[in-house]
Design a protein around this ligand. Sequence first.
Ligand SMILES: Nc1ncnc2c1ncn2[C@@H]1O[C@H](COP(=O)(O)OP(=O)(O)O)[C@@H](O)[C@H]1O
Ligand SMILES: [Mg+2]
Length: 361
Amino acid sequence: MTPLQPGSTIGILGGGQLGRMLALAAARLGFDVAILTPEEDSPAGRVAARTLVADYTDEAALAELAKICGVVTYEFENVPAAAVRKLTALGCPVAPGERALAVAQDRVQEKSFLNSVGVPTVAFASAEDPEGVRAAAAKVGAPALMKTRREGYDGKGQRWVEHVADAPRIFEELGGRPVILEAPAAFVRELSVIAARGRNGETAVYPLAENHHESGILRRSLAPARAPAAVGAQAERIAVQILTKLDYVGVVGVELFELEDGRLLVNEIAPRVHNTGHWTQDGCEVDQFEQHIRAVAGWPLGPTHPIAEVDMLNLLGPEAHGWARLAAEPETRIHLYGKREAKPGRKMGHVNRVRPLPGRR
Ligand SMILES: Nc1ncnc2c1ncn2[C@@H]1O[C@H](COP(=O)(O)OP(=O)(O)O)[C@@H](O)[C@H]1O
Ligand SMILES: [Mg+2]
């Protein structure tokens, strides 16, 4: 693909905050953005040149998108694979491609892929009926974490199994859908790495972030994480291996468990920009959103070295009402998503608190 010219249109499937921040970055590079979302009045739709309000599988909407867009991307991994296939069949490039999406949509495929390319994960087993669940639980042992194979996010669709005998009941409580059973990761920290791969195969990796969750939702990320150089190098190898083996184009978020001995396991892959990469907006010269747009548009990738230390805090629900106080803090950069209703736990925005890098104070 020749680089997409400024003035071209980039399509985004999904209308949430990630789509909004991608659209803002695309606009800065001179692109128009068209959003496809089933939601009227979406956060992304309100900053885009065009919004098509329709289901992701709506034939007419996909045909229109394919007609006007030079490339289409997505802001969440649960877009139907059929939508991506349809766009591709209509001659419209979609990035990241179908393979990356399929791998990231299914926790079993994801871990199988990772292990097949030499990237370590926790031990796991899959099951789709009570019989299979008993066998999987016997294999993995207890405690184990049972997760639905598909469509989980923010800790939803997962439960700890304390005793092997409880597994069939918990399987039913999770809806009787196909599940993965995971051995517990004895991690000392949760880290993540955001990385990108361009159309020409070049890769760019941001420094590690250290992540803290509350009730399954990301609360804070600190970046660059204080970590031994060997841990950083390991993360970089893992990220590049994933990008290369998936023939990936765009930004990927890789969630990691850091073990006591410094080894890293991959928890999951997000085939998109990631909440733990929001720090790059104020901690790097080219943030993850611009990087993703550059990659899918076939532009050169930008630099990923840190220019500041960032403490990223998600603003959940009514916390976003504190914007005036936050705006008065000189070290704080506010990013609000324009969501109308501050429901409890809903990601309404985030702040990046910026400090000079250690050694440069
Ligand atoms: N195998 C595991 N062992 C220990 N903790 C885990 C394991 N898998 C997930 N977790 C914890 O649960 C959180 C959410 O799990 P994750 O698989 O990332 O689901 P989600 O798609 O909801 O983000 C992780 O960030 C981690 O804190
Ligand atoms: Mg996760």
